[in-house]
Ligand binder design. Structure first.
Ligand code: PHE
Length: 464
């Protein structure tokens, strides 16, 4: 195999990984899920799940990536053999292609809104404007433009492309978002929005605990870029002297802060404009927030800064999604990065255009399909770490971990015993809600336990 590229510094890796995590999920998906699921109650549940599933799950992906030293197919094949490794790795690669197909369409909308905000083009009729911009040929055009931008970055490789760009763009996102949050705080009538977002409502949480568990778990995975093999790919370029638990904490904490910050901008603004919860969906940010900007002093400037921030965040996530299939062709087929970038970009140009033209397919893929694929992907990673590798995973965790090495054993036990059941429960919840079945919580818990045990039995039988 050719010499692989690697990160110039650990800081470069951490910034790129935070860049991957902080994206449309934080700014576009998170505030609306929060609004639709009871505000502060959802925020609390989400934070619990980031700590409970997100952190150990991210560690599992980083452990697999650094130990395997390759993209998902090669890494999983070398770690667990080709019988399970090849299809699971291939499933990850397909997940990133599917995700990027829709992500790049939304990235295209954001690009369009960034370019057009200075003129306030969509201020007069936000609803009609978005309907026109979000589907059909205009959407295809901007999707291709967004894809071209991330294609160029990925073409330059890990150290010269991704690391360099992330080091500039991610800090810019944080500074701009901070500025916007301060500006929001100076606007009138925002108190109700802050209260909705930040005043903890224990009764709501108790009454809806299991209803919000599903969406909150989905969001915890999506926002930490978990279950797609994308973080695994980034970790495959890491050296042994890096502490994986420390990096994981840095990534999870920073990403959560960026999500909370985005909520501090989006929710008070919307609620101050009388736009209440329950109006989520893909258009929410573009229609409702655009309406809010149009009625505020200095609206065009703020709108431009806002959409530019979202654009930068989307780019640093898009490059992680593109890097995974591109590097897979390089790792496994010895293809040049130039050809591989071209081929994968062309593929996504086509699949993304399909989604931009077909509204219902777009909604289905960007919602349920992605939720299911990420959840299945994470379940597989947990199973591999907790059931198959175990001692090797503990060794990898400890390598370079310094004082945090003592956490390896509790981590691997949680990954092998507790987390798979929780993730399977969230999968069952997602699947039953897609099928519009109402299955009682207790039944779903039992299904989750039985399925997990059956998987465990099957995996241990075939890998020992
Ligand atoms: N975490 C990204 C976001 O929040 C999305 C993403 C998922 C990126 C999976 C890469 C892999 O927008």
């Amino acid at each position: 195999m050719m010499d692989r590229d690697s990160w110039v510094s650990n800081v470069g890796f951490v910034l790129a990984a935070i860049g991957s995590a902080a994206g449309l999920g934080n700014i576009w998906r998170f505030p609306w899920l929060t609004a639709d699921n009871g505000g502060s109650a959802f925020l609390v549940m989400y934070l619990l799940l980031v700590v409970g599933i997100g952190v150990p799950g991210l560690l599992a992906e980083l452990v697999l990536g650094r130990r395997g030293r390759q993209t998902p197919v090669g890494a999983l094949r070398s770690l667990i053999g080709s019988r399970w490794g090849t299809p699971l790795g291939a499933f990850n690669v397909v997940t990133t292609v599917v995700m990027l197909s829709f992500y790049s369409v939304v990235g295209g909308w954001v690009l369009r809104y960034t370019l057009l905000s200075p003129s306030g083009a969509y201020f007069a009729q936000p609803q009609q404007y978005f309907r026109h911009a979000s589907h059909g040929l205009p959407a295809v055009g901007f999707h291709l433009l967004f894809l071209a931008i991330i294609g160029i970055i990925v073409y330059f490789g890990v150290s010269r492309g991704i690391e360099r760009v992330s080091k500039i763009m991610l800090p810019a996102v944080v500074v701009l978002l901070g500025g916007l949050a301060v500006w929001t705080a100076t606007q009138p009538n925002t108190a109700a929005g802050y209260a909705f977002y930040l005043d903890f409502d224990g009764d709501y949480l108790a009454a809806h605990f299991f209803d919000i568990l599903g969406p909150a778990a989905g969001q915890a995975l999506f926002t930490l870029s978990l279950g797609a093999g994308a973080m695994l790919t980034y970790a495959s370029y890491l050296d042994d002297d890096v502490s994986l638990p420390r990096d994981t904490l840095a990534i999870a904490i920073s990403n959560t802060m960026i999500g909370v910050l985005a909520g501090l901008v989006v929710l008070p603004l919307l609620i101050s404009q009388g736009i209440g919860p329950g109006r989520g969906g893909p258009g929410a940010l573009f229609v409702a927030l655009a309406a809010a900007f149009s009625s505020l002093p200095g609206g065009t400037l703020v709108a431009t800064v806002f959409f530019l921030t979202v654009l930068l965040a989307a780019i640093t996530s898009g490059i992680n999604l593109l890097e995974t299939p591109v590097a897979t062709l390089v790792d496994n087929y010895g293809m040049s990065r130039r050809l591989s970038t071209l081929l994968v970009t062309l593929l996504i140009a086509v699949t993304g255009s399909g989604l931009a033209l077909a509204g219902p397919a777009f909604r289905f893929v960007s919602g349920p399909v992605v939720d299911v694929m990420l959840t299945v992907g994470l379940f597989a990673f947990l199973a591999i770490v907790g059931w198959v590798l175990r001692d090797d995973a503990v060794t990898e965790f400890r390598t370079g971990a310094g004082r945090l090495r003592g956490l390896a054993t509790p981590w691997v036990l949680a990954v092998g015993w507790v987390l798979p059941v929780v993730v399977m429960f969230s999968l069952t919840t997602t699947l039953t809600s897609i099928a519009s079945l109402s299955v009682p919580t207790s039944t779903r818990v039992i299904i989750a336990m039985v399925t997990t045990l059956a998987c465990r039995a099957a995996v241990t039988r075939t890998t020992h």
